[in-house]
Design a protein around this ligand. Structure first.
Ligand SMILES: [Zn+2]
Length: 391
């Protein structure tokens, strides 16, 4: 067929164009990494967005810069082709506070710097693939869209509803978080919820009026004992009281105590039930005259593996293998990401499609620069096929 052979030629042209771009992609990554963009560094995040926005606009995409409130701005983009889109997910923020880890260094094939692996490298992979498809005249024929948020590392509190609205109706979602060992694709992640419990009692002198006091630490300690016991490893449920504080002095019955709790779960139902139990235990654990108040913090739903996401991982894995990479599925991971948000919205979602590297969230964060082109080639192949361009 005339059309499909010309699409195949366009795919070949896109891949050939990409093959020569390695050094340029390294330079783009360097510019993105050199700018600190810790989640709380709103101005820094916006400067990274300033670098990315014109790159997207050059591709004749519809680009929307959505002002952040507490955090930096988000970027949403959409191609011109109609139809259920392939939705590309990324984030511009990092976990590194200004001054804690700065600058970009190249050492042979390694590119080191804050956010190089998580996940500015994934943004470069995405941009490179889109540009290659654009150069070959294919991009305008592929239904695609995406969003790069500014608050992922703190649980996407502001961007979650925006991401859900921009991704609605998409055929599938691809996350370009840090690549896993062996280029394995992430199909499942635990859900994460954070909860704060505050105990209130009555202060009294420990020597003169012990019986008049109501010990908030005792109440909260009983509570901690009960909620920790909800951990169920076979079911993938964990409760971790990670911070605990209270009291003012050894000889005062404490009137206040506070703890922070991290909850992880494999299904939305388990998460709901766990949260309800953690809340109801506040009543049974409190000692007479004390009160425990439980407040929900950020909640990220689990990314649940489905037949559709499994099929998506297979299809993407084939594109990776054709691009000289490996394939396979990653075992269940404990940390959430924005692909969990699209997954919970019913969109088949996979993640971990970014470059090879190591040291995520540490001062050794680095990527293998030579993996940028093959990772981008895999996305080029996947998108071209979705458009029916290369059968
Ligand atoms: Zn990340």
């Amino acid at each position: 067929v005339q059309a499909s052979s010309s699409n195949a030629d366009a795919l070949t042209a896109a891949l050939a164009w990409l093959a020569g771009r390695g050094p340029e992609l390294g330079r783009l990554l360097g510019a993105l990494v050199a700018q600190n963009s810790h989640s709380q560094n709103r101005q820094g995040v916006n400067q990274v967005v300033d670098l990315l926005e014109p790159e997207l606009r050059r591709l004749s995409l519809t680009v929307e810069r959505i002002p952040g409130n507490r955090f930096g701005d988000h970027l949403a983009f959409r191609g011109r082709a109609h139809g259920a889109a392939v939705f590309l997910i990324g984030h511009t923020d990092t976990v590194f506070r200004p001054g804690s880890f700065e600058g970009f260094q190249v050492d042979g094939d390694l590119g080191r710097g804050p956010g190089a692996f998580d996940m500015k490298g994934g943004l470069v992979v995405t941009l490179a693939a889109l540009e290659a498809l654009n150069q070959a005249g294919l991009l305008a024929r592929i239904p695609m869209a995406g969003m790069w948020v500014s608050d992922e590392e703190v649980g996407s509190p502001e961007s979650q509803p925006i991401l859900r609205s921009r991704a609605a109706g998409s055929a599938c979602a691809l996350g370009f978080e840090a690549g896993r060992t062996g280029d394995r694709i992430v199909t499942q992640r635990k859900g994460v919820a954070s909860v704060t419990a505050v105990g209130a009692g009555v202060a009294a002198h420990a020597g003169n009026a012990h019986e008049k006091g109501r010990n908030a630490i005792w109440a909260l300690a009983r509570y901690v004992d009960r909620v920790q016991a909800l951990t169920d490893y076979p079911r993938g449920l964990t409760v971790n009281v990670g911070r605990f504080e209270g009291g003012t002095s050894k000889n005062t019955v404490p009137s206040g105590a506070r703890c922070e709790i991290d909850l992880r779960f494999c299904t939305a139902e388990d998460g709901q039930r766990l949260l309800e139990r953690v809340e109801s235990m506040a009543w049974s654990a409190a000692v007479e005259g004390t009160l425990i108040e439980v407040t929900r913090g950020s909640i990220r739903p689990p990314m649940v593996r489905t037949p559709a996401s499994e099929e998506l991982a297979r299809e993407y894995g084939a594109c990776q293998v054709e691009s000289g990479l490996s394939s396979g599925e990653s075992p269940l991971v404990g940390g959430g990401s924005d692909a969990s948000v699209t997954s919970a919205a019913g969109i088949p979602s996979i993640d971990g499609l970014g470059p090879r590297g190591s040291g995520q969230h540490t001062l050794d964060e680095q990527i293998e620069l030579s993996s940028l082109v093959p990772k981008a080639s895999a996305l080029v192949r996947f998108l071209a096929r979705r458009a029916g361009a290369a059968s």
